[in-house]
Design a protein around this ligand. Structure first.
Ligand SMILES: Cc1cc2nc3c(=O)[nH]c(=O)nc-3n(C[C@H](O)[C@H](O)[C@H](O)COP(=O)(O)OP(=O)(O)OC[C@H]3O[C@@H](n4cnc5c(N)ncnc54)[C@H](O)[C@@H]3O)c2cc1C
Length: 411
């Protein structure tokens, strides 16, 4: 059977490994880290068919410019005179229009719904990762944001998703875990959530069972070619022969692509989270606090808060206290009973979302390198879209009929 090498052992790499191994491929995963704390671990764990509108959308440039001047805002682009950032910004500008959003929405919906079905299959096998289907509450405090949320919800309904529009009292009736101070909310029934660290643990066990080889702390440095095929993966621990390569290196994907003479535009969108254990009066339903773009997820007895999107570089590992304060302020404004203080630096997690300027993931065969497939660029939805991505990667490599239309997921 063919050997497939996967570069990157985040959720996208591991889901790809899972479906490839099940199909009978001999799979090896390489990761530069110990695979225990990257972007796929401390995220908000939301599975979000509701998120059909990509980040690149009309109005985002104007809103982003306003947020740039507020140190506690949820979105920020670290200004640098850097060609990758300029290219990314120009591409973002090109995609932030109604035409792109109209094409992106059904593509994201179909990929998301497929992923949710695959999560349901995983959850039938094992419930160690606390998969639950409680939907997603979008809570807002202002008329302006209510209008934006209504518009998005109407689009979601047009695409067949089930949505409830809630008054302040109806929000209180649904969210019984804690008091909420809001104008109203929107409940997307389609969404689900899980505990990311526990899901990654489950996946790793499954891969062990399927005899997938995992090389931890092994950095992929280069590729050796025979004509237009990669024949060897070069790492800091030696070289490995291969028949197929999947590039799933998250925010680091452009550096590896450069080694292959391929240019891909992905920048890290740094975000933070912190998790409170055994907190009283905590929310029971996954929620986004819309004005501050803060994600709130109950995970078994824990509660996780996540947010901010700082478009930066992978060397930027500093925890920005102002932005963290922005998250904490939102929590206390929306949940008056919670009384959440600033987490210590050592209790604060950060991760780099792999953000494409179009807001669409890249799930495709390369046009020149015949045995190279990309699985990257999932930005804020990598957990949500991972099983479907893994399944599609397997279908691409094995030449099978592809489950969803991948036109929007090209390089
Ligand atoms: C605060 C926050 C909240 C989020 N909430 C959600 C959510 O609720 N739902 C959702 O769907 N998504 C969410 N996300 C996004 C999600 O976490 C990411 O999209 C996802 O984890 C990306 O997975 P990945 O496998 O592509 O990348 P990663 O998890 O970053 O994995 C890439 C791997 O490649 C490895 N690598 C890189 N270069 C090399 C090399 N040269 N050699 C070997 N290995 C290499 C890295 O070590 C890394 O382990 C959130 C993100 C953040 C930051």
């Amino acid at each position: 059977m063919k050997r497939v090498s996967i570069v990157g052992g985040g959720i996208i790499g591991l889901c790809s490994a899972y479906y490839l191994a099940k199909e009978g491929y001999e799979v090896t995963v390489f990761d530069q880290s110990a695979m225990d704390d990257g972007c796929s671990y401390g995220n908000a764990g939301m599975i979000v068919p509701s998120h059909i509108i990509p980040l690149a959308q009309p109005g985002m440039i104007a809103q982003g410019m306003k947020w740039m001047f507020d140190s506690q805002s949820p979105f920020y682009v670290k200004p640098r005179l850097n060609s990758d950032l300029i290219k990314w910004g120009l591409q973002f500008y090109k995609h932030a229009n109604a035409n792109h959003v109209e094409k992106a929405m059904p593509a994201l919906r179909d990929l998301s719904l497929l992923s949710k079905e695959l999560y349901q299959d995983f959850a039938k096998e094992n419930d160690s990762f606390f998969y639950e289907e409680k939907g997603l509450l979008m809570l807002y405090k202002t008329d302006k944001v209510a209008d934006e949320m209504f518009h998005e919800a109407k689009e979601a309904e047009r695409l067949g998703l089930e949505v409830d529009y809630l008054t302040r009292a109806e929000v209180a009736g649904l969210e019984k875990g804690t008091k909420t101070d809001v104008l109203g909310g929107i409940h997307y029934k389609s969404d689900a959530h899980l505990y990311p660290q526990k899901f990654m643990k489950f996946l790793k066990k499954e891969l062990q069972r399927l005899k997938v080889e995992i090389h931890l702390n092994t950095t992929v440095q280069d590729f050796i070619f025979d004509k237009n095929s990669i024949v060897k993966i070069v790492t800091d621990k030696g070289s490995f022969a291969t028949d197929e390569v999947v590039l799933a290196a998250g925010a680091w994907s452009p550096t590896l692509a450069k080694k292959l003479n391929i240019s891909i535009s992905i920048l890290p969108g740094k975000g933070y989270s912190f998790t409170l254990k055994d907190k009283d009066h905590k929310p029971s339903i996954p929620t986004i606090l819309c004005e501050g773009k803060v994600a709130v997820t109950p995970m078994n007895n824990d509660i996780r808060f996540g947010g901010t999107m700082e478009i930066t570089h992978t060397g930027d590992t500093k925890i920005n206290q102002n932005r963290l304060q922005g998250i904490v302020n939102s929590i206390n404004e929306f949940y008056p009973e919670m009384e959440v203080g600033m987490p210590k630096v050592e209790e604060t997690w950060f991760g780099f979302r792999p953000c494409t300027p179009s807001g669409m993931p890249i799930i495709t065969r390369d046009k020149k390198v015949v045995n190279l497939t990309f699985a990257t660029g999932h930005a804020m939805m990598g957990l949500s879209l991972a099983p479907a991505t893994g399944k599609i990667i397997t279908e691409i490599i094995s030449g099978k009929k592809i489950s969803v239309d991948t036109k929007m997921f090209q390089l």
